[in-house]
Design a protein around this ligand. Structure first.
Ligand code: GUN
Ligand code: ZN
Length: 433
């Protein structure tokens, strides 16, 4: 396996920044390098030191660009690529009118393969190297999804939606078939190569008590898998959920009752949580995954980051394609910043870039593998150009600090700022043509 030395300005985080000045939270090398072999990072340091210690490398020069860990997207729906930009008044209308119609097409394996190939190539184009995604209810969609992820050797989490009510018949499994299909898929895909399974009850509205019990049984049988679902996103959704589960005191209590909380449980949106719910999320290590472009697009609400952090809740930041409107984690951070402004919070750019990388890796309990350039981790990287467009170039001329450069990348950047994406040590964006 050939050994490579990537040269450029190198940045990665080692902890959550306490503020814009917190230089102990990251490692930055103005003339730095990353040594890669066999999909793994062997070393990350000053370029000269690396060149001396590793004189058997081919050198790839990315100067003056910024080399960072690849972005991580911990909540999106691959089956909704063709739902993006659907005009609806709110979440439930959007689900019923567009999403539940589109997802029916994924009974067809060929369609699933087609869309998932486009999906992973799109992630790569945007510098996203890992993701946690929802498939449709159909096992074929999961086969297509993991099959395409495996071809690209990406670290990917996914799972089949389980839903046995309140959606079209063609999208329903039953408590028993949902259990059987999920079990078969976990056994086949969880831990195969870089793939991991997420048991995926879509949300409380579409799962009966009987199905929730089966979900609980699955989490007992496969404690190492993830759980992903939606929580407290929109007022009408919350009201309907309360009607369906009157015996539970709040939304989170439903998932709590079925033992679905924990450090590998990802709760999409989590906007309107009570003090009690925040306390339980924190206590159990359950992750709130915020999806700002989706929350703005569907008019769902404003996730309060400071409130979650103060409560001790672990937080992820995600696109939620196709409720979300951009595959770009840069654009997602841009909108997240604006949402925090409206909440009266300050979100500094160091924290944003931490969240897109190490923070999301931590949210997925994967910081030993991804979101970092530390020796021994997986060689998933993005190379960023803060002067990628004419207007970025003009603004870049006045930038003096690293934080300013990151803020510019976040505010004006998108896939055009992604010069290259590396997956398991291989340059893959340039290969897409
Ligand atoms: N809640 C249940 N399903 C979905 C979905 O597909 N998208 C969003 N944004 N919320 C959901
Ligand atoms: Zn979602």
């Amino acid at each position: 396996m050939s050994k490579k030395l990537l040269r450029g300005r190198v940045l990665y985080f080692v902890s959550a920044p306490t503020g814009i000045e917190d230089s102990s939270s990251y490692r930055y090398f103005d003339d730095g390098g990353v040594v890669v072999e066999g999909g793994e990072i062997l070393a990350c340091d000053d370029f000269d030191a690396l060149r001396q210690a590793h004189d058997d490398c081919s050198i790839i020069d990315h100067r003056p660009y910024l080399i960072m860990p690849g972005f991580i997207d911990p909540h999106l729906h691959f089956v909704q690529m063709q739902v993006v930009a659907s005009y609806a008044a709110n979440l439930l209308e959007w689900l019923n009118k567009y999403t539940f119609v589109e997802e029916q097409r994924f009974a067809d394996l060929v369609h699933g393969r087609d869309i998932s190939a486009g999906f992973f190539d799109t992630l790569i184009r945007h510098g996203t190297t890992s993701a946690a995604a929802y498939c449709s209810v159909h096992p074929a969609s999961v086969e297509a999804f993991f099959g395409e992820a495996e071809k690209r050797n990406m670290l990917i989490i996914g799972g089949k939606c389980m839903m046995d009510r309140n959606c079209p018949d063609a999208l329903q499994d039953t408590a028993q078939t949902g259990y059987d299909e999920t079990k078969m898929l976990v056994e086949k895909w969880h831990g195969r190569g870089r793939n991991y399974y997420a048991i995926t009850p879509r949300f409380a509205i579409t799962s009966s008590n009987e199905q929730m019990e089966m979900v609980q049984a699955l989490t007992g049988e496969f404690p190492d898998t993830y759980v992903q679902t939606h929580l407290s996103e929109n007022d009408k959704e919350i009201a309907f959920t309360a009607e369906l589960f009157p015996e539970h005191q709040d939304y989170l209590a439903i998932y709590e009752h079925y033992g679905l909380l924990g450090r590998k449980s990802l709760m999409g949106h989590s906007i309107y949580l009570s003090e009690r719910e925040l306390g339980v999320m924190a206590e159990t290590g359950t992750v709130a995954v915020s999806c700002p472009t989706s929350n703005l697009f569907l008019g769902s609400g404003l996730f309060d980051l400071d409130k979650n952090i103060a409560a001790g809740v672990r937080v992820g930041l995600a696109t939620d394609i196709g409720g979300g409107t951009s595959f770009s984690m840069l654009k997602t951070a841009d909108e997240f910043y604006k949402v925090q402004q409206l909440n009266g919070n300050r979100l500094d750019p160091m924290t944003s870039f931490y969240m897109m990388t190490l923070g999301n890796a931590e949210a997925l309990s994967l910081r030993d593998k991804i979101g970092t350039l530390a020796a021994g981790s997986d060689a998933d990287m993005v190379v960023l150009n803060a002067g990628a467009t004419p207007e970025m170039k003009i603004r870049l001329a006045t930038v003096e600090t690293l934080a300013e450069e990151l803020f510019l990348l976040q505010t004006l950047g998108d896939d055009r700022a992604v010069v290259e994406t590396y997956v398991a040590g291989e340059a893959v964006k340039s290969g897409l043509g």
